[in-house]
Design a protein around this ligand. Structure first.
Ligand code: FAD
Length: 487
């Protein structure tokens, strides 16, 4: 039996767009009036960097949430595991599908893979279409006067916001018709949730579209009005915590931008606060645009001279950093927050990254890898761009010679010690004055706080002044001819 082209089903290939609202591929698929086959393919063997463990935890819950939403609309999510192209071809053969609709991925490896697949299917008469649902603007759409990608954030943001045209918000279809009887894996069989051991007990998140909407509403109602100051206080719930939702495409960045600006229009939030938040969403676009234009930045320094940095091999130091046992309380609090919750506050991400790179002189790629495995919001573009920002080797980076003092950073941004006491409870009884530098506390203070340094809590792994001098020295060796000064 042959199926008329106009009746042939449309495969809706879900990837990092796990939502029904504001989903252009879904809207277009539904508008064809043809049966729609929503599929998610787990492709562990592909050239695309595999997800880390925390991301797989998130994916498990997000796919379940998406399936539940699709079922409410008379459809369901088909799960397949294997090579993306082979699985799509199998599905086309089984269903007679005549089209594959997808929202595009812009990470270079995924982009290249998808282009190959689309090209192959297209030449065989399968209509492949892609849309941008992930970013305010697709890479290539924001270029400088010379037609080149921006390498500096401020002019990029200006051009991004001037050029970006908001797509009209869509609620997603009320009903979808999906053929019955299609084979699908059971999500339990994918074993994405850790079991041996299950270290995710402290993950307090609601993956999925409803969780994303709730996070946005809570943030707009509470944190947004004082975001520019609150966002630097790691003990406060002052930021949106939208990053994993945005990474998995459970919410459109446009929806977040509009919610912030609507709150301004309604007089609930000062415009400057909303625009600071919009600028942070702009950093996400900037990271994705940069990586798309400069794919080598995942593996090499964006400023090549930084690849001559004399990195140290220090497995013990790296392990102490990962486990939150460096002896610097704010660093250890951050690393323990990461391990326990799958998340770390942005200010503390900068502090711990600086500590690894500059105090320990360990290659930023080691830190990037650990973050990739343990963050629920691990995102290749944002992660690499931010690690290179801290390392000084990025496109628009913090100068390498700006070396955070972890004691001063702690005292400044966690003045009352709530953040450190939460994640490093063994320091809980130490008075504020010594909390961020326990080794400076007099013996009687340590004794009355019940703290034996070197036993209950480590002594500092490195001395700040010595580490700083070593880091600056390393820089002198690699940036020949540059004027390098500490600050
Ligand atoms: P909010 O302050 O509410 O910001 C809103 C959104 O803007 C975020 O959800 C995020 O999508 C975006 N955003 C904010 N800051 C940045 C930034 N500096 N770069 C890019 N986008 C930003 N973010 C990731 O999403 N994935 C990563 O893998 C990642 N790795 C990082 C590694 C390092 C070393 C550093 C310093 C930062 C990293 N960030 C990463 C950026 C930032 O820390 C997180 O996006 C932010 O902490 C998420 O919290 P939030 O959603 O509450 O942010």
């Amino acid at each position: 039996m042959t199926t008329e082209a106009e009746d042939r089903p449309v495969i809706l290939w879900f990837r990092q767009d796990l939502r029904l609202a504001d989903n252009p591929a879904l809207t277009h698929a539904a508008a064809t009036g043809r049966p729609v086959i929503p599929v998610y393919i787990l492709d562990p063997g592909s050239t695309v960097r595999p997800m880390g463990a925390a991301s797989l935890w998130w994916l498990d819950k997000s796919l379940r949430a998406l399936d539940a939403s699709l079922r409410e609309r008379g459809s369901r999510l088909i799960l397949r595991r294997g090579d993306s192209e082979a699985e799509l071809r199998r599905l086309i053969e089984d269903t007679g599908a005549g089209a594959v609709f997808m929202n595009r991925l812009f990470e270079p490896d995924a982009f290249a893979r998808d282009a190959d697949i689309a090209h192959g299917l297209q030449t065989e008469g399968v209509d492949c279409k892609g849309w941008n649902a992930a970013l305010l603007r697709a890479p290539g759409g924001v270029l400088n006067g010379a037609g080149q990608p921006y390498k500096v954030f401020t002019p990029f943001l200006k051009a991004l916001l001037a050029a970006a045209e908001a797509p009209p918000p869509t609620a997603g279809p009320q009903a979808l018709s999906t053929p019955a009887g299609l084979a699908s894996d059971a999500i339990e069989a994918w074993a994405l949730h850790p079991t041996r051991p299950d270290w995710s007990g402290g993950f307090d998140w609601t993956p999925g579209e409803a969780g994303a909407d709730a996070a946005l509403s809570t943030f707009v109602a509470r944190g947004l009005k004082s975001y520019s100051v609150g966002r630097d206080r790691p003990a406060e719930p002052a930021t949106s915590r939208l990053s994993p939702h945005l990474h998995f495409g459970e919410i459109s960045p446009w929806r977040a931008l509009h919610a912030a600006r609507d709150a301004v229009a309604e007089g609930r939030v000062p415009a400057a606060e909303a625009e600071k938040f919009v600028a942070e969403i702009g950093w996400r676009d900037f990271s994705a645009h940069l990586l798309h234009a400069f794919p080598q930045m995942t593996a090499a320094a964006f400023r090549p001279e930084y690849d001559a940095m004399p990195w140290r091999e220090d497995p013990a130091g790296l392990s102490a950093w990962k486990r939150g046992r460096t002896g610097y309380p704010v660093v250890d609090a951050g690393m323990r927050e990461l391990w326990t919750t799958g998340f770390m506050h942005n200010r503390v991400r900068m502090i711990v990254a600086s500590f690894l790179i500059k105090h320990l002189l360990i290659d930023w790629r080691e830190g990037e890898r650990w973050f990739h495995d343990t963050l629920v919001d691990a995102d290749l573009a944002s992660n690499v761009q931010n690690w290179q920002w801290v390392a000084g080797s990025g496109a628009d980076a913090s100068p390498y010679f700006r070396i955070f003092n972890p004691v001063i950073q702690g005292q400044k941004f966690d003045a009352d010690g709530r953040y450190v006491r939460r994640w490093v409870p063994e320091l809980g009884r130490l008075p504020d004055r010594w909390l961020h530098a326990p080794w400076t506390a007099p013996p009687e203070v340590l004794a009355s706080a019940g703290l034996r340094l070197g036993r209950d809590y480590p002594r500092p792994l490195v001395d700040h002044a010595e580490a700083r001098a070593r880091a600056l020295d390393a820089l002198k060796h690699v940036v020949a001819g540059r004027d390098v000064e500490g600050d």
